[in-house]
Structures are given as structure tokens and as C-alpha cells.
Design a protein around this ligand. Structure first.
Ligand code: C2E
Ligand code: CA
Ligand code: CA
Length: 691
């Protein structure tokens, strides 16, 4: 074996080693990165390793004169490896450059078709009966193919997605290119060799194998660099992503509270410098909970996304739309010129939200309430501006859905007061700060006191005597009405029992009920127990409910009223005529009495139709065999009218305001009264006649 041949063998083995090394590197990265093109390339370089190893062994054996059959077999295996390398290299490059999956794009038939053609060419050329060296000719064709494939791959690699392009990509691309060029050069040599005298002219080509090795090492290095860069790029992108998450809402992609406040801070700084006004809009969807509860959270999320998208496309560039959470959105408008601006924006936003939202073929209607606060008028700090806009939104909502309100400082004072009230309310019951007052109910005919209506008062430590209109709403909202109402019932029953023992045996006590009390599962038992405790006949208490309460169905309210009625209690409809569907209430369950609302009694004798309504209610009640009680009788004219129309009972300032138990007892026993403004003329007259 001559020297150049030995060199050639060594270089072949070196190349094989280089290919194995690259295959290992690629495989390692494929395991970490799981990129498709890495898998194709790994396969490609395994094939190349096989190609080079078998080629080296084949050459050695051929030179040692081993049987042609073995040699031919090795050559076939080698050729197979070579073609597979090209196929996988190109498939991987295709995937890299296009991001598509070659498996779905290139049917196997194409891959194996190309590969089979290569093999056929190999076989044909190996055994072709040409005069010239057939092997050299085939190697020439092979080199040409390998060269073309690598130059194609070099171009493909350089067209990889921008995000993955770095120095590593160019090293790999460059190495592919040089390798491709080198292979083409081989092809040229092979062509030349077949044409010229074989031998010495291209002896240097034996050394080119070392260059191959260098190029492969370069390729491997390039790949390592590339993948490391890719890794770093991914970390960077992840950082950006995390940053985005920290400042954005994941559901809608809108800025979150943090980013909104950041923008607001900047806006405030700018607006201060340029002496401009900025507006903060606070938007809250009406009854969003209903959507969530009835259609599910997924539907709720889609509604939020739809609303977010609408607001986002609606506002001008430079405005910030954010989602604070739940169904709350904020809009920052950095430059507003006046009230009209604010109103126009609020209207635009509400109109956009109002458009039906299509959800699974069904149209959903959503409305929003909007509150606005202004910089610098309403506040100068970002958080305060948002809070004030929120307060204004609540005010808008309180007036009904789909509303809009500008912030006013009084709103906050009221909110703070409200909170303090609710807190104090909770402590008041434990501290025995409530008292029950009683307003006599008289018979129109006899003028006797036949009953009392118990009403609650709060002896507030600082604010003095508070009337229900100042705390009843808060008691309802906080649920305190349940224990408070029960306490009123107990107190009134205890008092009534005392009066019964004192001789007023036929006196009844009316007690006002809240819907929250009727919703309590054990309410009927409570009433039964209280009556038993004071040995009172059930008929001596009258439970007053409003029509609206009586109409509430579904939560057992009506059933409880029926049970209470069965127990023997009297039921009266309070404020009759002011609620909805007065008459249907009467049909749903049996009532004993109707109370004509103060507003109808007040205007008796006046010009308008209210007196007529009072008369109509009296007629209605009588046709249904119900008692009628007129509330709010303040004068003789009203009493005359009621008497003339046959109203059974009445109560009002004309006889007495609601008074303490002690004073009520004086009224009951007709004892002399100290004259105070809270006693009406009739009371004084009655006291005088009894004297
Ligand atoms: P209501 O049940 O309609 O009670 C009648 C209200 O009319 C009482 O007001 C009474 O003081 C007032 N009134 C009586 N006579 C006259 C009059 O001649 N002229 C005028 N202008 N008003 C008169 P009050 O005590 O402030 O109670 C207001 C409301 O608070 C009550 O209306 C009732 O709905 C509620 N309320 C009072 N106490 C309780 C209670 O213990 N439980 C519940 N659930 N509600 C209560
Ligand atoms: Ca009442
Ligand atoms: Ca009433």
C-alpha cells in the first residue's frame, strides 16, 4: 500500500469519527430541545457515519485484495448511508427553514423514491460495462449530489427563522457551504481523473480528507454554538413573557392594575407639566354574576374577552384600557377638555358594550355602569383617582344599570359614613342600643286603640335617636335585619304580654317583617317559640309584609307565610298599592288585612286622585272580606274621609307618633298625658274626654 493510500484511509476514518461526533452532539441536543429538524439531522449524521465507516473499511479491504463480493456489499451499505444522509439533511433543513413537518409534507414515497433512485444509479454505474473506471464515475456523481445537497442546506440554514439566527447558524451554514463546494471539487477531480491518465496529477486529493474532518468539526462546533444561542434566546423570550405576565391580564391580554397605575403616574406627571386634565373611567358589567352562574365560567370569560376587545378597539391611541380583575375595567384618557368629552366617551363605551354578544349562536345582552374621576379636580394620586372613579361607578349602579356618574367628593364621605354605620350596627345589637316604639292603631268606629304597630329605633351613642330610614337599608344589606327583626318580635311580644296582663286583653301587636327573615328556614319555629314563651294567642300578632315580599317565590317565602297563617297569626300587606301586582299577591295566599300606604292617605282631600285610590283600596279589601288600615293619618279631614268610606282602622300622627312602651301604656290606659309635640290633637282630646 503506497503512502497516499494510507493517508487516504486515515483521513476517511477521521471523517467517520467526525461524523460520529456530530451525530452524538445532534442527538444530545435533540433530546434536550426536541426539535424535529434535529431528529432528521441526527439520523442524517448517523447515516453519514455508516457511510464513512463502511467506505473506509471497504477501501482498506479492497486494497488488501479481499473478495469482491464482500467489498461490493460494503460499498452498497456505504452508498445507502450516503444517500440517506442527503435525504435526512435536506428534510431537516426543509423543516428548519419552513417550520413545517416534513413527515406530513413529504410523503415517504418521495423519500424512498429518491433514495432508491440513488441506489439504482449506484448499482448501474458500479457494474456498467464502460471502459473507463466505473467507480470513479460513480464517485463523481455521488460527490456532485452531496455537494449540491450541502449547498442547498447552507442556503436553507441561512433562511432559518430570524429568532434562531446567530453566529452559530452562520458557522453551520458556512461549513455546509464549504463542504458542498469541496464535494463539487471532488466531483470535478473525479471527472478529470476519468478523462485523464489516472494517478499523480491529483495526489493532493488524498489530503482533502483532513479538510473534510476540519469542516465536520466546524459543523459540530457551529451546531453547539447555535443551540446554545438558541437556548439563550429562549431564556430571553421567557423573561419578556414573564414581564408581560406581570403587567398584563392573562384572560384578555389587557394591561393589569399595575401597568395601569404606571401609565396613570406618567400621565399625571405630563398633565401637571402641561396643565391638562386626564380622566379615569371605571367600568363594571351589570349582573355579570348572573351570566357566570347561569352559563358557566367559560361563557363568562368569553364575555369578558369580547367586552375587552370592544373597549380596546374603541379608545384612541394613547388611551390605556386595563382589566383590574373580575368584571372591572378601567380606561385612562390622558387628555380631556371638558365634561362633554367625558360624557361622550362614557356613552361610546356603554353603547359598545351594549351591542349583543354572540355566544354559541345565542345573543347575550350585557350592560355596564361607568364612573369617572378627573385629574386634577378629583384627586392627584393615581390610586385615589381609580378609587374615586370606582365610587362614582357604584353611584351610577345604584341609580340602575347602564348608568354613568361623575365623581363628587360627597360620594366618598357618604361611603365612609355608610361603612362606619354598618360597623356600628353590628355592635349595636349586643350593646342594647335598639328600642321598640309603638304606634297605636285605632278603630275608626269606636275610637278605641285596638292594636299597636311596633317599629324599631336606634339609640346611637353619638348621633342620638335614629329612625329606620337611616339604618334599615344597611341592616338589610349586612343581614343584621335577621337577628334585629327577631329581637323586635321578641320585645314586642313580651310587651304585648305585659299589656294583656294589665287588662288590655284584646290588643294586638303588628310587627314588620323583612324578606330576609322569611328566608330563614326556622322562621316559623322562632315565631311559634316566641308566642309560646309569652303564652300569647297567635291571633294577637299581625305580621306585616310588603307586596313585593309576598310576591317573592322560589325560596319558600310564600310557604312560610301560609304556615304562619295556619299557626293563627294575622298577615297584613303593608304599603298596599306601592308595590307591583297588588292583586295577584292577594290570590297567592290568604291575608287578613291591607294597609293603605301613607302616600295615598296624605293627599286625601287634595285635588288629585290619591284619595280616590284610598277609597278604591277600601272597597277592594271589603269585597275580599279583609280589614283595611289607613296609615299616616295626620288630620281630621283624612279621618272623616276614611270614616265615610268605611275604613276599619287607622294610625297616624293625628292620634300619636310611634312612642316608647311607657308612653304607649299611658295612651292605652287613657291616663293624663304630658303634652309633648309627639302627641297629636286627637290624643289630647281623647285624654281630655277620658279625664
Ligand atoms: P311602615 O311599616 O310603613 O311604618 C310606618 C311608618 O310611617 C313609620 O315610620 C311611622 O313612624 C310612619 N308614620 C306613622 N304615622 C305617620 C303619619 O301620620 N305621618 C307620616 N308622615 N308618617 C307616619 P318609621 O317608624 O320611621 O318606619 C319606617 C319604616 O321602617 C316602616 O315603614 C317599616 O317598613 C320599617 N321598619 C320599622 N321598624 C321595623 C322593624 O322592626 N322591622 C322591619 N323589618 N322594618 C321596620
Ligand atoms: Ca308597617
Ligand atoms: Ca307602611
Amino acid at each position: 500500500m503506497d503512502f497516499p493510500t494510507q493517508i487516504y484511509h486515515v483521513s476517511l476514518l477521521l471523517q467517520a469519527a467526525g461524523a460520529v461526533l456530530t451525530a452524538v452532539v445532534l442527538h444530545g441536543f435533540h433530546r434536550i430541545e426536541a426539535r424535529r429538524y434535529l431528529r432528521q439531522w441526527t439520523r442524517g449524521w448517523i447515516a453519514l457515519s455508516i457511510h464513512l465507516c463502511t467506505a473506509a473499511i471497504g477501501h482498506v479491504l479492497a486494497d488488501r485484495g479481499v473478495a469482491a463480493a464482500a467489498w461490493t456489499f460494503l460499498d452498497l451499505v456505504s452508498a445507502t448511508g450516503g444517500y440517506l444522509h442527503i435525504v435526512f439533511l435536506l428534510l431537516g433543513t426543509y423543516e428548519l427553514a419552513t417550520g413545517r413537518d416534513a413527515r406530513t409534507e413529504a410523503p415517504r414515497i418521495v423519500v424512498f423514491g429518491g433514495f432508491a433512485t440513488g441506489l439504482l444509479v449506484t448499482i448501474a454505474l458500479t457494474w456498467a460495462p464502460t471502459g473507463a473506471d466505473p467507480l470513479a464515475a460513480r464517485y463523481g456523481v455521488d460527490s456532485m449530489l452531496v455537494g449540491a445537497a450541502h449547498i442547498t442546506a447552507a442556503i436553507g440554514v441561512c433562511r432559518a427563522p430570524k429568532a434562531t439566527r446567530g453566529i452559530g447558524v452562520y458557522i453551520v451554514g458556512g461549513a455546509f457551504f464549504v463542504y458542498g463546494a469541496e464535494q463539487l471539487h471532488y466531483a470535478a477531480i473525479d471527472v478529470a481523473t476519468t478523462m485523464l491518465e489516472p494517478g499523480q496529477a491529483f495526489a493532493y486529493s488524498a489530503y482533502l480528507g483532513f479538510l473534510d474532518f476540519l469542516i465536520h468539526t466546524g459543523m459540530a462546533l457551529g451546531m453547539v454554538t447555535w443551540l446554545l444561542e438558541d437556548e439563550r434566546g429562549k431564556t430571553l423570550r421567557a423573561t419578556v413573557e414573564i414581564e408581560h405576565l406581570a403587567y398584563h391580564d392573562t384572560l384578555t391580554g389587557l394591561p393589569n392594575r399595575r401597568l395601569f397605575l404606571d401609565h396613570l403616574r406618567l400621565t399625571i406627571a405630563n398633565a401637571t407639566r402641561t396643565e391638562r386634565m386626564a380622566g379615569v373611567f371605571f367600568l363594571d358589567l351589570d349582573r355579570f354574576k348572573v351570566i357566570n352562574d347561569s352559563l358557566g365560567h367559560a361563557a363568562g370569560d368569553r364575555v369578558l374577552q369580547a367586552v375587552a376587545e370592544r373597549i380596546r378597539t374603541l379608545v384612541r391611541q394613547g388611551d390605556t384600557v386595563a382589566r383590574l380583575g373580575g368584571d372591572e375595567f378601567t380606561i385612562l384618557v390622558p387628555d380631556v377638555h371638558g365634561l362633554e368629552d367625558l360624557e361622550a366617551i362614557a356613552r361610546k363605551v356603554r353603547d359598545a358594550v351594549k351591542e349583543p354578544i354572540l355566544l354559541d349562536g345565542r345573543e347575550l345582552f350585557v350592560t355596564a355602569s361607568v364612573g369617572v374621576s378627573l385629574f386634577p379636580g378629583d384627586a392627584r394620586e393615581p390610586e385615589r383617582l381609580v378609587e374615586n372613579a370606582d365610587t362614582a361607578m357604584y353611584r351610577a349602579k345604584a341609580r340602575g344599570t347602564d348608568g354613568f356618574a361623575l365623581y363628587a367628593p360627597s360620594m366618598n364621605e357618604r361611603a365612609v359614613e355608610q361603612l362606619a354605620l354598618e360597623n356600628a350596627l353590628f355592635r349595636a345589637l349586643g350593646r342594647h342600643e335598639f328600642v321598640v316604639h309603638y304606634q297605636p292603631i285605632l278603630s275608626t268606629g269606636s275610637g278605641d286603640i285596638v292594636g299597636v304597630e311596633s317599629v324599631v329605633r336606634w339609640l346611637h351613642a353619638e348621633r342620638g335617636l335614629l329612625f329606620p330610614d337611616e339604618f334599615m337599608a344597611a341592616a338589610e344589606v349586612t343581614g343584621l335585619i335577621v337577628p334585629l327583626g327577631e329581637w323586635v318580635l321578641r320585645t314586642a311580644c313580651a310587651q304585648l304580654a305585659t299589656w294583656h296582663r294589665a287588662g288590655h286583653r284584646r290588643l294586638y301587636a303588628a310587627v314588620n317583617l323583612s324578606v330576609r327573615q322569611l328566608q330563614q328556614a326556622d322562621f316559623v319555629d322562632v315565631v311559634r317559640a316566641v308566642l309560646a314563651e309569652h303564652a300569647l294567642p297567635a291571633a294577637s300578632i299581625e305580621l306585616e309584609v310588603t307586596e313585593t315580599i309576598a310576591m317573592q317565590s322560589g325560596d319558600g317565602t310564600v310557604e312560610k307565610l301560609r304556615e304562619l297563617k295556619a299557626l293563627g297569626c294575622r298577615i297584613a300587606i303593608d304599603d298596599f298599592g306601592t308595590g307591583y301586582s297588588s292583586l295577584s299577591a292577594l290570590r297567592i295566599f290568604p291575608v287578613d288585612a291591607l294597609k293603605i300606604d301613607v302616600s295615598f292617605v296624605r293627599d286625601i282631600g287634595g285635588e288629585d286622585a290619591r284619595g280616590t285610590i284610598a277609597a278604591a283600596v277600601i272597597n277592594l279589601a271589603h269585597s275580599l272580606q279583609l280589614d283595611v288600615v289607613a296609615e299616616g293619618v295626620e288630620g281630621e279631614t283624612q279621618l272623616e274621609f276614611l270614616r265615610a268610606h268605611g275604613c276599619d282602622l287607622w294610625q297616624g300622627y293625628y292620634f300619636s307618633r310611634p312612642v316608647s312602651a311607657g308612653r304607649c301604656e299611658e295612651l292605652l290606659s287613657g291616663r293624663p298625658l304630658r303634652t309633648t309635640p309627639s302627641f297629636g290633637l286627637a290624643a289630647q282630646r281623647m285624654a281630655a274626654t277620658k279625664r
